[in-house]
Write a protein that binds this ligand. Structure first.
Ligand code: FAD
Ligand code: SF4
Length: 472
């Protein structure tokens, strides 16, 4: 039954789409959230107060027209909602699934401030595109006037896809190169299926190809094709190559057998699930093992929950701050706990211990939170005499990523900052132009490893910069 009145937010509580029971979901690699039913979506959307100054919209990195599409959903106008949602976001069904909404749109919702529970913005955003696509909706390209301009995009992650989307809608041919066999970047080869099923990306690939975007996959620029041939062939080049240097703990024992970096572990699991060829390290299987995951961000949560699904005997997650100071999405911490992950908060690893070259445990010290650092986060300080060893058969190191600039950047005058990020300011003559005027860049390689939605934002703005540069 559709309930619509101005005090909906009081009478109707915030409801998330149903979750698959923990016992079922922890043995399968499927998304754990069901979709809203149409009435539920309409009723939940109608909880929006339509604030005069919508904080959710400001806090959303792509500034989605949230109250406007919530209104359309509450009225049942899904196709119009999909059109509107695509005006600001190139991958709304992805953001609806993986954005840390509690830190972004929903965290800023007026209802959340008033303790009524935020509008379920992410779930409605996912519902709009999933429903519109199942109704046969496609972007309307009938008014697009083709130009003779063509742009090469390196990287089919969210930044590259968003850039291609905006260019195609403005009549510019976009050709996207990626070294992987499928598009998506970390959306495919990183984020696990229980957060984002891969069919979501293959469906988006069909939409993008239908808009005229061309993908040249299994092609590494700098190895299979030289960068200067792209500079010659295209009017401009966009770099959306991500960040892929794994951060190390810098303590003894990190090179013992059984210690793995987080991302190769997650990729090997994706390859195993999808039947792609494994690299030389093969499939890393946690079945029957005691696993210790080091770190507290989204990548650590994904390692925890992947290990559980692979049949690990026990999974411990050690993080050096407390739960309130974890950097990842709150809902993924809750999901991890429900699935059986055991958290060791305020614990810092100081050594991976082993025998005969193989890991047998992790030495941890207890920490207490000290004074806030320059970013306002309280610094963990070691408690004297608190060492303990947690037994482990495998250790996953999820300390994040540092930039991985290509060795050929210098030759083409693509300059970096001191940390190795590509310099491409939003406020330059042309947004996100690098020090080589023909080359633009965005996403993790420019801002450092961050979020899907911020990579989309930069890819879209860089496309605007390219359009200005090409005078389209
Ligand atoms: P990427 O997604 O890294 O894409 C870069 C692409 O460039 C890759 O496909 C790569 O193969 C390609 N490439 C690089 N060099 C070359 C070359 N020379 N030739 C051809 N191709 C090349 N963010 C969220 O918002 N929510 C989450 O829940 C979340 N979970 C995450 C979980 C994990 C495990 C990880 C690692 C990250 C997660 N993130 C999450 C972060 C998010 O995935 C990234 O911020 C985002 O994907 C960055 O997009 P990008 O386009 O800049 O780079
Ligand atoms: Fe919220 Fe992310 Fe969607 Fe913006 S893109 S409305 S932050 S879920």
């Amino acid at each position: 039954q559709r309930l619509h009145n101005d005090f909906q937010f009081v009478e109707l509580k915030r409801e998330e789409p149903q979750k698959v029971a923990a016992a079922t979901r922890k043995v399968e690699f499927n998304e754990i959230y069901h979709s809203f039913e149409p009435e539920q979506a309409s009723n939940q959307a109608h909880r929006c107060l339509a604030c005069g100054n919508p904080y959710c919209e400001w806090k959303c990195p792509v500034h989605n027209y949230i109250p406007n599409w919530l209104k359309l959903v509450s009225e049942g106008n899904i196709i119009e909602a999909a059109e509107l949602s695509h005006q600001t976001n190139s991958l709304p069904e992805v953001c609806g699934r993986v954005c840390p909404q509690d830190r972004l749109c929903e965290g800023a919702c007026t209802l959340q401030q008033g303790d009524f529970g935020a509008v379920t913005i992410g779930a409605v955003e996912k519902y709009i595109t999933d429903t519109a696509l199942s109704m046969g909706w496609k972007p309307d390209m009938s008014q697009v006037v083709p130009t003779d301009k063509k742009v090469a995009i390196i990287g089919a992650g969210p930044a590259g896809l968003a850039c291609a989307d905006v260019l195609a809608r403005n009549g510019v041919s976009a050709v996207v190169y990626d070294r992987h066999p499928e598009i998506g970047g970390l959306l495919t080869f990183g984020i696990p299926e229980f957060k984002l099923e891969k069919s979501v990306i293959t469906r988006r690939r069909e939409i993008l190809e239908g808009m005229g975007i061309e993908f040249r996959l299994n092609t590494e620029i700098g190895k299979d094709i030289a960068f200067d041939s792209l500079l010659e062939e295209y009017d401009s080049v966009f770099l959306g190559m991500g960040t892929y240097t794994y951060m190390k703990g810098g303590f003894p024992g990190e090179d013992l057998d059984g210690v793995h970096d987080a991302l190769p572990f997650l990729i090997s699991n994706v390859n195993n699930c999808l039947g792609y060829e494994q690299d030389e390290n093969g499939f890393v299987d946690m079945r029957g093992k005691r696993v210790v995951v080091l770190g507290g961000g989204d990548t650590a949560m994904d390692c925890n929950r992947t290990s559980i699904r692979q049949g690990a005997k026990a999974v411990y997650c050690a993080y050096r701050r407390d739960e309130a100071n974890m950097p990842g999405s709150r809902k993924e911490v809750v999901n991890s706990k429900e699935e059986g992950v055991q958290f060791l908060f305020n614990r810092q690893p100081v050594e991976v211990v082993g025998e005969n070259g193989k890991v047998t445990g992790v030495k941890l010290v207890t920490t207490a939170l000290g004074e806030p650092d320059a970013n306002g986060r309280r610094r963990p300080e070691v408690v004297e005499g608190s060492e303990e060893v947690i037994p482990a058969d495998a250790v996953l190191v999820a300390f994040g990523f540092r930039p991985s600039p290509a060795p050929w950047f210098e030759q083409f005058d693509i300059r970096l900052d001191d940390g190795g990020r590509v310099l491409a300011p939003e406020s330059g003559d042309f947004a996100f132009q690098t020090s080589n005027p023909k080359v633009f860049a965005g996403g993790d390689m420019v801002r450092g490893s961050d979020l899907v939605v911020t990579a989309i934002d930069e890819g879209r703005k860089a496309a605007d910069g390219i359009l200005d540069y090409l005078e389209v």
